[in-house]
Design a protein around this ligand. Structure first.
Ligand SMILES: *Cc1c(COP(=O)(O)O)cnc(C)c1O
Length: 395
């Protein structure tokens, strides 16, 4: 490597070290943190026998989420992927439909579209926040789709384009207003994949109530974990009730203590044991957010003076949860992303590249897509750095 390149790579390792302070051993990307009543609530499940698919903690986590988000209904589910699947079904996605989906997202977003029998139609990212690029999307829809009545159709495939899913990448809202307006204008159902953004607010309102339906993930690497789990949020009570019904085997009251079901449902409910963990985690969400924001502030400072790289920051309207802190290498340093990842991991500072764009994965290469050049470019230049809330604790 040339001297200048080596100096650049060293400067990045130095900045991450400066942000984190002196540390011993390996620093993971995002660790769960159990400092509240987690053990107490989980033990309560074990001692009372309420460990499975019904129980007080399931009701409680749903109430806590509905209140926190200010929505009519929250439904606790087995995973973020299950939440997305149910969200698409209750949003009216039908087999054969296309669903507009960012190519820069975690694979669950695209998988869930397939689970619903639909086809992901991949769209480009904007380079400021990594969210869906609304201007590029509008231009793409103008060129490739046509309106018939209330519905939008892909001219090339003939399929109905039913919905737009947006991902709040690393906790940031992206161009949320523009995307929602575009969805409304074009007759698309707007779905928020808010898996990464619990706690983020835009103009003071939590991300997750801007769409007809939104989904959360409580996987172990997310800000709030239930071990594994997710939730669906909606302001439409009927839609929420339908999500609950579908995700709990579509069971209906039956005579003589029997079982009756009125459609093909899913066993997607969150067990009480997991909900117990989640209730204790949610009680401490604000504390975790505060420390995650403090950590992001340290990264911001450490990277502010550096050439050739920027910290992926929030804008003025946003208070981000900074789920995963990210740095973006300048285009002329893109060839050094591998060396930066190598150097950070060699220094026991866990670092990861951005996802491989969805349209490059073997099961999705044949799916329709827009020009995704910006997403491909960003996928080569973004690096995630350690982001656990505990990293902001005094050492
Ligand atoms: C974590 C995540 C999900 C859901 O993941 P699960 O592991 O199924 O809970 C969905 N979308 C995005 C963008 C995610 O980051």
């Amino acid at each position: 490597m040339q001297d200048g390149d080596q100096r650049f790579v060293d400067s990045i390792v130095g900045a991450v070290r400066a942000a984190l302070g002196p540390r011993d051993g390996f620093t993971p990307l995002h660790e769960p943190e159990f400092r509240g009543r987690e053990a107490e609530y989980v033990l309560d499940c074990v001692e009372t026998g309420w460990v499975s698919s019904v129980g007080a903690y399931v009701d409680r986590i749903e109430e806590m989420l509905a209140e926190r988000y200010g929505v009519e209904r929250a439904v606790a589910l087995a995973s973020g992927t299950a939440a997305l699947h149910v969200a698409l079904l209750v949003a009216g996605v039908e087999p054969g439909d296309e669903v507009l989906c960012p190519t820069l997202t975690f694979v669950a977003t695209a998988n869930s579209i397939r689970h619903a029998g639909a086809t992901p139609h991949f769209v480009d990212a904007e380079t400021r926040s990594l969210g869906v690029d609304p201007a590029a999307l509008a231009e793409h829809l103008d060129r490739t789709c046509e309106r018939r009545g209330d519905a939008l159709f892909n001219r090339a495939t003939g399929a109905r384009v039913r919905a737009l899913v947006t991902t709040h990448v690393f906790g940031h809202p992206g161009e949320l207003d523009a995307l929602r307006a575009l969805a409304d204008e074009r007759g698309l159902v707007f779905v928020e994949d808010a898996a990464e953004s619990i706690g983020t607010t835009l103009d003071g309102a939590p991300l997750g109530r801007h769409g007809r339906v939104a989904t959360l993930s409580f996987n172990g690497n997310k800000v709030v974990t239930t071990g594994g789990g997710g939730a669906l949020l909606t302001n439409d009570a009927a839609l929420g009730a339908r999500a609950k019904h579908l995700s709990t085997t579509a069971r209906v009251p039956a005579e003589n203590f029997g079982f009756a079901h009125d459609e093909v449902g899913f066993n997607y409910r969150m067990p009480n044991l997991n909900a117990a963990l989640g209730c204790a985690q949610l009680e401490r969400l604000d504390d975790m957010l505060e420390r995650k924001r403090a950590l992001a502030g340290r990264y911001r400072d450490a990277f502010s003076g550096l050439d050739g790289v920027r910290f992926l920051d929030e804008d003025e309207r946003t208070r981000s949860n900074f789920w995963l802190n990210a740095i973006v290498l300048d285009p002329d340093r893109a060839h050094l992303t591998g060396a930066v990842l190598e150097a950070l991991n060699a220094a026991d500072l866990m670092a990861r590249p951005l996802w491989n764009p969805m349209h490059t994965l073997p099961m999705f290469t044949a799916c329709p897509r827009a020009d995704v050049a910006q997403a491909e470019d960003m996928a080569r230049r973004v690096v995630n750095v350690p982001s656990s809330p505990a990293l902001a604790d005094p050492t």
